[in-house]
Design a protein around this ligand. Structure first.
Ligand code: PBG
Length: 322
């Protein structure tokens, strides 16, 4: 045998010489859940190790993560029902808990990168990402609300805005509004190919944001499709997106590769709540080694072409690197 591929696997040193992909803390964005109150820290039942924090505790979690080398965070608010309404008005209240938290984070950790969420669902009494009328989700009528949310978040110091509703015309609309208001430096990470996925279940528990009626299939993509992701990518590129995201990650590695092969923008992948929950559950049962599976999963997402990974494992991964 002239060719013996095993020679390149014969020792740890040689294996690391030929290793093509390494995930580092610099690649990761850590999603965090914010709730009202003081000294609150509630574990999300379906996501062991992930908590909903009141602002004081969230600041501590961010500090602890920065000490471990994680410098990028994506914040999601979880609101009591009393603060939700049909038009998600709390979403653009300049003094909302969310906007206050963004200001405080940027104030205390100016070097960190703070990403936000722009969608109606955490604030909507209907639990949908857009205005819900007679069983329909309105695409264009929702834009005005998203624009107001974006402006408040930009004013609060957000580095990257994340329009996550997966509807049409979001990126271009927000880019124009931001630029006109003097926020041309604020980035947009588009949820370019976001699928109508069952893997979001634990997240909707965390935010109590599941749709009250219907599902999200008229706006999120069909998991059976990949060509549509190219159309979404082209639109986002033309509309001025700075990053293209694929979500979820693990069942969509082909989509990550497709976007990475076809666009020169950095591709990010959202390693979603259900992907986290699966590993944690199997680890708890003793059926999988949680740590090793985590590293393998993150590595495969990066190998497929994601430069950036949003993951609930961020802190745990960083601890493992210490
Ligand atoms: C909705 C949104 C969702 C997630 C982030 N933003 C869920 C949904 O579309 O219902 C899911 C994230 C996760 O599962 O970790 N704007």
């Amino acid at each position: 045998m002239l060719r013996r591929p095993r020679r390149n696997r014969k020792s740890p040193v040689i294996r690391s010489l030929v290793e093509e992909t390494q995930v580092t803390v610099n690649d990761l964005i850590y999603p965090l859940f914010l709730i009202e109150g003081e000294k609150q820290k509630e574990e999300v039942t379906s996501m062991p190790g992930i908590f909903r924090y009141s602002l004081d505790n969230l600041m501590d979690e961010v500090k602890a993560s920065i000490d471990l080398g994680i410098n990028s965070f994506c914040i999601f608010p979880s609101l009591p029902d009393a603060k939700k309404d049909k038009y998600a008005t709390e979403g653009y209240n300049p003094d909302s808990l969310y906007n206050v938290a963004l200001k405080e984070l940027k104030n205390k950790f100016p070097e960190s990168c703070i990403m936000t969420d722009i969608a109606m669902d955490p604030y909507s009494s209907d639990g949908h990402d857009g205005i819900y009328e007679n069983g329909e989700i309105l695409n264009d009528a929702t834009l005005d609300i998203l624009g107001k949310m974006a402006l408040e978040q930009a004013k609060s110091g957000a580095d990257i805005l994340g329009p996550s509703d997966m509807m049409d015309g979001r990126v271009g609309f927000l880019r124009e509004i931001l630029d006109a208001a003097g926020f041309s430096h604020v980035s947009i990470m588009s949820y370019t190919a976001k699928y109508a996925s069952a893997f979001y279940g634990p997240f909707r528990d965390a935010l109590d944001s599941a749709p009250k009626a219907g599902d999200k299939k008229t706006y999120q993509m069909n998991p059976a499709n990949s060509r549509e992701a190219l159309i979404e990518g082209e639109l986002d590129f033309e509309e001025g997106a700075d990053f293209l995201m694929v979500k979820p990650a693990l069942s969509y590695l082909d989509i990550i590769k497709l976007l990475n092969d076809n666009f020169d923008l950095p591709v990010s992948a959202y390693n979603v709540s259900g992907e986290y929950a699966m590993i944690k559950a199997a680890d708890k049962m003793g059926w999988l080694d949680g740590e090793k599976t985590m590293v393998e999963m993150l590595t495969s997402i990066k190998r497929a072409g994601a430069k950036i990974i949003l993951t609930y494992f961020a802190k745990e991964f960083a601890m493992l690197q210490q």
